[in-house]
Design a protein around this ligand. Structure first.
Ligand SMILES: Cc1ncc(COP(=O)(O)O)c(C=O)c1O
Length: 354
């Protein structure tokens, strides 16, 4: 039997989401928080997890948790749905909105999962290149919106991998022009401090995504969607009944109880980001782009593959975009601890001086 003949063409044509698995000493490739939960909280966290009845299903739909996050966001409980990472919420949105022939608009380059989830749901993807400053190309987007009104538009704010926030006015213009849902993905909110949350009741088509992955709980897979109640109601039908496991639900509650500690870490990372940016900018042939996230996108005048390989040999893993035609010469480094950043800078200096 030819199993491949049974699989949808869009799936066959894809490559699985690339995750680098090479062991490394210093991991700066996945935009994680480099810091563990503060030692003074670790025991309390361990006790909380140990108290969970693992023989029982978790609360279906994480309803209690959604209410707590809604209160924290200043919205109503029926405006929030929690996912197994924001990845799952992207998948749920795509699955719910994939009517026959429906389209998704994504500016490119951007976060890979928008395209992957859209294609897997049978949606058509219209990719609109960013302008030279990595901002939204508003005329091109408006043309696309008018020619093929999409069911969904994904805007990562700040954008991954470029690191910048698109200009607010352009996003507002898209919110006004789009008849479909516009997702403003604020995965890096803790490092940008910018949000569309106060606009949530102003635009019927606005959906905001948040995650706890970048602020310290990537392993727990906790994503949040804030949107109009009528949409959230439908999305609940698409999610799996127990999409968020009991340990993750408890971890999300713990985050809310101890948010200050996590926010302090984010502030520390923002400080390290500034230092890393200045040091990169001072290196000859290295051109970091302005960033509002916990990573820095930079181009280098040297062979990026060689730089990447040499860093790997020194046990330092970053993300290399060189093989993607439009991003030749570009790499992305997650902001690590001050010591990790220093090791990276020392290694980079050695490589480019060779
Ligand atoms: C823009 C953006 N959105 C969403 C995600 C996924 O986050 P999560 O870990 O919550 O699935 C990422 C992860 O890198 C991201 O860059």
């Amino acid at each position: 039997m030819d199993v491949r003949a049974l699989i949808r063409e869009e799936v066959l044509a894809q490559r699985a989401y690339p995750v680098e698995t090479t062991p490394c000493r210093i991991k700066l490739d996945a935009n994680e928080n480099p810091l563990a939960i503060p030692p003074r909280l670790r025991e309390r966290f361990a006790k909380l997890l140990a108290s969970i009845d693992l023989n029982r299903y978790p609360e279906a739909g994480s309803v209690a948790l959604a209410s707590r996050f809604a209160a924290a966001f200043g919205v109503k409980a029926d405006q929030v749905i929690i996912g197994n990472g924001s990845d799952e919420l992207i998948q749920i949105l795509c699955a719910a909105l994939a009517r026959p022939g429906a389209e998704v608009i994504i500016p490119v380059p951007t976060f890979a999962m928008y395209r992957i989830s859209a294609l897997n749901s049978g949606l058509r993807v219209a990719a609109v290149p960013l302008d030279k400053e990595f901002d939204l190309d508003l005329p091109a987007l408006q043309e696309q919106l008018a020619a093929h009104p999409p069911a969904l538009t994904f805007l990562a704010w700040p954008n991954n991998p470029t690191g910048n926030c698109f200009s607010r006015e352009r996003i507002e213009a898209i919110l006004k022009a789009a008849s479909g849902i516009v997702v403003v993905d604020e995965a890096y909110f803790h490092f940008s401090g910018k949000t569309f949350l106060p606009e949530i009741d102003r635009y019927e088509n606005l959906v905001i995504l948040r995650t706890l992955s970048k602020v310290g709980l990537a392993a727990m897979r906790i994503g949040l969607l804030i949107g109009p109640p009528v949409l959230v109601h439908e999305l609940h039908k698409v999610r799996l009944p127990y999409n968020l496991n009991a340990l993750s639900q408890a971890a999300a509650g713990f985050y809310l109880d101890q948010e200050e500690a996590f926010l302090q870490q984010a502030a520390q990372i923002r400080g390290w980001r500034g230092e890393l940016f200045s040091a990169l900018a001072a290196l000859p042939g290295i051109h970091p782009r302005p960033t509002d996230a916990n990573f820095i996108f930079f181009s280098c005048d040297f062979d990026a593959d060689r730089v990447y390989k040499h860093l790997m040999e020194r046990g330092i893993l970053i993300k290399n975009f060189n093989s993607l035609g439009t991003m030749r010469g570009y790499m992305r480094i997650t902001v690590g601890t001050r010591e990790e950043n220093q090791e990276f800078l020392d290694a980079l200096r050695d490589i480019i001086e060779k």
